[in-house]
Design a binder for this molecule. Structure first.
Ligand SMILES: NC(=O)c1ccc[n+]([C@@H]2O[C@H](COP(=O)([O-])OP(=O)(O)OC[C@H]3O[C@@H](n4cnc5c(N)ncnc54)[C@H](OP(=O)(O)O)[C@@H]3O)[C@@H](O)[C@H]2O)c1
Length: 362
């Protein structure tokens, strides 16, 4: 992992036009800024770093300063106009981030200055500051490392629910997945291992990723190529996988379906190749394979609030105990968003790209 501000002085190279004054714990920018877009399109062309003034919090509100945000493929899809849910324009980019409460309204009892919360997603998370109703914010354990806490709301819950919601599995059962070195994939490996399940994992560069995946608990790692069907078939003849997790599409999804045993379920939750999924006729007819889809966003909107909160609590407990750890490739200050976005879209990353805000202390 590298911190851009430590390496190249990226943050100090950015002209700072605002005066800073100290709050109780964090410097509150006089003119907070955000990464905005006025039209959907190529992030390199449409993103702007603009002032987003914040009013003083009302009695039931808090002012939250950005601690750390994540750059996801879905952020790029949202900015590009291809994601499942788009924001009214102009919009602030970003979905997942934590912040720290820097000021609390007179009537706020549930939060105090210094508490860590999830930045509200709908308002856009790549912003230095936001004012929100205290009662609508999710409180997040302050003892977790900022880099892990900020990544805890989308990918780890997705991995947990993929393992739980589709096929009843028990100890020793195999789960097969592609893009296993993705953040979701690494969470699947670790949560499966913790549940006594075994994982067979496909990646584009096994020479690069097998060591780390095995250290995280992967049972097998193969190249996602034409030989993968044979490699997977040889692995679990007596107990073939009944759950396959696809975030790639195209030929890779066909490979996963071929690895499934009778009544197996292929769950698609991402489409990194943007290739359509084609269905192998034999698997449909002779193995009764089912294809399903999963979207955390929809699950979160339709689940009971206590179900969502208990998923978050479970993930935070796994992060605290070390059962789960997520890789960080690099950290850029928010103003370095364009380098961060380019890095997130680059081949060969080793973890997530993060953006740090005024409430982050390295
Ligand atoms: N449905 C949901 O609710 C939900 C929730 C979370 C995530 N997702 C989706 O899950 C996927 C993974 O997300 P993430 O945040 O975990 O990703 P990530 O950590 O950013 O990793 C991206 C992964 O995609 C692979 N990849 C990129 N381009 C590819 C291509 N053209 N062909 C094959 N593989 C390619 C990368 O492999 P290399 O390392 O080889 O480049 C890497 O394994 C994304 O599609 C994301 O949108 C969906």
């Amino acid at each position: 992992m590298f911190y851009a501000k430590k390496l190249g002085g990226l943050s100090s190279a950015i002209p700072c036009v605002c005066l800073w004054r100290m709050s109780f714990e964090y410097p509150i920018p006089d003119e907070p800024r955000a990464v905005c877009y006025h039209a959907t399109g190529n992030p390199g062309e449409v993103l702007r770093y603009e002032a987003q003034p914040c009013a003083a919090p009302a009695d039931d509100e808090v002012l939250v300063l950005l601690e750390m945000a994540v750059v996801h493929p879905s952020d790029l899809g949202m900015i590009g106009g291809t994601y499942g849910r788009l924001r009214p324009l102009p919009a602030v980019a970003g979905r997942e981030a934590t912040g720290r409460v820097a000021r609390a309204g007179a009537a706020v009892r549930s939060l105090k200055v210094g508490d860590r919360v999830r930045m509200p997603e709908a308002a856009g998370a790549w912003r230095e500051a936001v004012v929100a109703k205290a009662g609508e914010l999710l409180r997040v354990p302050g003892d977790l490392p900022a880099e892990q806490a900020c990544m805890s709301f989308i990918n780890p819950p997705t991995a947990l629910l993929l393992l739980r919601e589709f096929v009843p599995l028990s100890g020793g059962d195999w789960v097969v997945q592609n893009a296993a070195n993705s953040a979701v994939g690494e969470c699947v490996v670790q949560l499966a291992r913790a549940a006594g399940l075994r994982t067979a994992n496909l990646v584009r560069s096994p020479e690069k990723h097998a060591g780390r995946l095995k250290a995280l608990g992967a049972d097998a790692v193969f190249a996602d190529d034409k030989d993968a069907v044979k490699a997977l078939a040889g692995l679990a003849r007596d107990n073939p996988p009944r759950l396959a997790l696809n975030s790639v599409g195209g030929l890779s999804a066909i490979t996963l379906m071929r690895a499934l045993g009778d009544d197996g379920v292929l769950v698609t939750f991402g489409g990194m190749t943007a290739d359509a999924i084609r269905f192998p006729t034999r698997e449909f007819i002779f193995k009764n394979v089912t294809c399903r889809g999963f979207w955390m966003d929809r699950w979160g909107r339709t689940a009971r609030a206590d179900a969502l909160h208990s998923v978050y609590e479970e993930i935070h407990a796994c992060l605290r105990s070390g059962k789960l750890q997520m890789a960080v490739d690099s950290v850029f200050p928010l103003a370095g968003y364009s380098e961060a976005v380019a890095r997130a879209a680059a081949y060969g990353r080793a973890g997530k790209v993060l953006l740090s805000g005024p409430a982050f202390s390295a």
